[in-house]
Design a protein around this ligand. Structure first.
Ligand code: KG4
Length: 340
């Protein structure tokens, strides 16, 4: 069969990204991260949409150039239809539709969360690694989502647990903000934690039955601890920043691991994958590696470039739908809410 060249477009939150795959092989993956949100301590939806508008043409152009192909070589255009911020999604969706119409190419809609899971099926030259075997459990942790996904195939996925309030990334970012760190605080907490003591402070852990998560109680417990300590020592945060980061990270990792271990035991599945922005966290990766040795898990940790939002994961989702000729029409409308 002739190779397929898939252009992927991702614009669900604050990263404008375009990627080109030749079948499952990565040719380019360009990401323009929006720095403007730093000043506001979180993503401002209206500013995100405006930045996508500015970025999308140069990002797509760059992705085609880096791939060494022209837009006439493309076989299909895949884009994120949801979930995400409505204004952001509209930019990518409208652009994908316009380009598909102009080039007379099939249009493929990809679910952002499925994209995160499918990132494990992207092939990178010189970094070949085995695909996960089905069924596997994927812990999908990002700024907007914390879910346990049972992956039956590249086309069939089931959410078996999810957060009932905040996402793990949100817990990192909001607690980091309390510590005076810039948005997104996750990577900075990860760095600071390396020189801190993870057992220095204890924060509350949720008691949620089943496989669901909750992080809002931890956020409150962190806030109250800082408030009480600061009342007696004004420099408490500055004096204990690394220990606070290490203890916070250890608590989030424990919460994530408890349910992942439970899911693996309940379903008797030892094939485990991580995905999403928080899967870049070194503490989480270490914990998964340690438990894998103890429990005999086969683990799949994504390359760091595929952890945060990227269009390569959307393109690979598009590739599988291209094989099925599962195309969408010009009436495809973005959706903001979670679903897989
Ligand atoms: O997947 P992603 O790029 O966007 C969403 O779809 O949300 O994830 C972004 C999230 C942010 O909350 C960020 O703080 C977190 O991933 N993150 C990390 C790390 N790198 C990114 N959290 C903890 N440790 C990291 N190393």
């Amino acid at each position: 069969m002739k190779s397929a060249y898939i252009l992927g477009i991702e614009s669900s939150c604050d990263d404008t990204s375009a990627a080109v795959l030749k079948d499952r092989s990565l040719l380019s993956n360009v990401i323009a991260s929006q720095k403007i949100h730093k000043a506001y301590g979180g993503v401002v939806p209206e500013l995100a949409s405006r930045a996508h508008e500015q970025n999308i043409v140069p990002v797509v152009d760059q992705a085609l150039k880096q791939a060494g192909i022209s837009k006439k070589d493309l076989s299909a255009i895949a884009f994120t239809l949801g979930p995400g911020l409505m204004g952001s999604l509209l930019v990518g969706t409208s652009f994908a539709k316009g380009l598909a119409l102009a080039l007379n190419l099939p249009l493929i809609q990809v679910n952002h969360l499925q994209g995160h899971v499918l990132a494990h099926f992207i092939q990178v030259e010189g970094k070949e690694k085995p695909d996960p075997n089905f069924p596997f459990i994927c812990l999908l942790v990002s700024g907007g989502n914390s879910q346990l996904v049972l992956v039956h195939s590249v086309r069939e996925m089931e959410i078996i647990g999810q957060t009932i309030d905040d996402a793990a990334g949100e817990a990192f970012d909001k607690c980091g903000k309390m510590l005076g760190l810039d948005y997104p605080a996750g990577p900075q907490i990860d760095r600071l934690a390396t020189s801190g003591n993870p057992a220095a402070f204890r924060f509350s852990k949720p008691q949620i039955p089943g496989l669901d998560y909750s992080f809002s109680g931890l956020k409150t417990s962190f806030l109250y601890r800082l408030r009480d300590e600061m009342a007696v020592n004004k420099t408490f945060i500055r004096d204990h920043r690394a220990d606070l980061c290490a203890s916070l990270q250890a608590t989030i990792v424990d919460i994530l691991m408890d349910k992942l271990i439970k899911a693996s035991k309940d379903l008797n599945i030892k094939e485990i994958a991580l995905s999403g922005g928080v899967s870049a966290n070194s503490g989480l990766r270490r914990a998964v590696e340690e438990i894998a040795l103890l429990k005999g898990w086969t683990i799949h940790l994504p390359p760091l470039s595929f952890t945060t939002d990227n269009a390569a994961m959307i393109a690979v989702g598009g590739y599988y739908k291209f094989l099925d000729r599962d195309f969408c029409g010009m009436d495809a409308a973005p959706y903001s809410r979670v679903g897989i």
